[in-house]
Structures are given as C-alpha cells and as structure tokens.
Design a binder for this molecule. Structure first.
Ligand code: ATP
Ligand code: MG
Length: 173
C-alpha cells in the first residue's frame, strides 16, 4: 500500500469480523499479501469463512487457539496464549511482508488486559508505513482509537439473539 492506515471496527453491533473478512477478499483480489490473526478464538469450532479463506493464495492465517466462554474463566491461560500469539506474529508484521494485517478481536484483548495496553500500542506504532492494519472487536480502548485514521463503531439497534434466535452456522459463525 502506498498510503496505509490503521482501521478499527468496534462497537456492540454485528458486522466487525465480517467487515474485516470482506476487506481481506478485496485486498487479495488486488494481489495483496494478507495476514489474518485470530485472537481469543479456539481452533474448533471453526468459523465457516475459514473453510474458504484457507484455500486462498496470498493469505496467512494464525489462530490463537484459546477462546470462548470456558476460556474466559481462565484469564491467566488466555494471557499466556495471547502473549505467545503476539510473539509469533510481531516479527511477521514488523517484517513488512504484508500489505494488510487483520488482528481480529485485538480490541477486547487490550480492553480485558490479556495484553498490557502499552504492548498493543507499541505494535501499532511499529506498523510498517505500507501495511494497512485492521483491529476488530468490542470496547476498543481510547488510546487505540487515537492512533487510528479510520474508526467505525457498529451500533446494535436490534439483534435476533435477544429474541432467542441461536447463533447459526454460515451467518454468525
Ligand atoms: P460477525 O462475526 O458476525 O461480523 P462481530 O465480529 O461484529 O460479528 P463479535 O463481537 O465478534 O461480533 O461477536 C461474536 C459473535 O456474536 C458472532 O457470532 C456474532 O455474529 C455475534 N454477534 C455480533 N453482534 C451481536 C449482538 N449485538 N448480539 C448478539 N450476538 C452478536
Ligand atoms: Mg468478531
């Protein structure tokens, strides 16, 4: 990217990860090299888009491997998992190989303190100038929003979950 920026998709409404996924497809279509890092996500059950994304050349996917309701009861393990994942991906990001890097659920990682905020901010500041960086997830810290050139807050006007509609494969995951 000639002019790369930091984008944040946050807020309680649906569409943050799907927006980032759409952006990945668009960038790949343009021949960009893309890295998707999935924080706070277990290996299984997989979200359905991965079945397609895994087949696409030009895209590398790293899944942290720990997440979900049960994992939240063990914050120390989550902290360790997040920190390991960041050690793995930091050199990949700083190395400047990618045009687009999506850090899915990075906002909650910082909000919940699974990673010290300063370490997260440091990564944002170290972003190569040609790498577009996209952060998703609820509760993006104000310090993150300050560093971002693009901020979209998804507002939850209505969601069928409140009326008892369970998460559906192919739509919610
Ligand atoms: P999506 O992955 O559908 O784009 P998201 O990334 O905006 O959603 P997350 O905060 O990551 O939302 O939510 C995780 C799960 O909860 C997803 O399955 C998502 O579809 C669903 N979800 C999103 N918003 C809401 C909401 N307001 N109420 C209930 N469930 C939601
Ligand atoms: Mg999401």
């Amino acid at each position: 990217m000639e002019q790369a920026i930091i984008q944040v998709y946050t807020g309680p409404g649906k569409g943050k990860t799907t927006a980032a996924t759409g952006l990945i497809i668009r960038a790949l279509g343009q021949g960009c090299k893309v890295l998707l890092v999935r924080f706070l996500k277990p290996e299984q059950p997989q979200s359905s888009e991965l079945l397609i994304l895994e087949k696409l050349a030009g895209l590398d996917i790293i899944t942290a491997g720990l997440g979900g309701i049960d994992a939240r009861k063990q914050p120390e393990r989550l902290q360790q998992n997040v920190s390991q994942t960041l050690s793995q991906v930091r050199p990949m990001i700083i190395g400047g190989f990618y045009d687009l890097v999506v850090l899915d659920e990075f906002n909650p990682v910082l909000h919940k303190g699974y990673l010290p905020l300063e370490q997260g901010l440091e990564l944002l500041r170290q972003r190569p100038a040609h790498t577009e960086l996209v952060l998703t997830g609820r509760n993006a810290p104000a310090e993150v929003l300050e560093l971002a050139e693009l901020v979209t807050v998804m507002e939850a006007q209505r969601h069928p979950f409140a009326d008892g509609l369970a998460a559906r494969a192919g739509i919610e995951y």
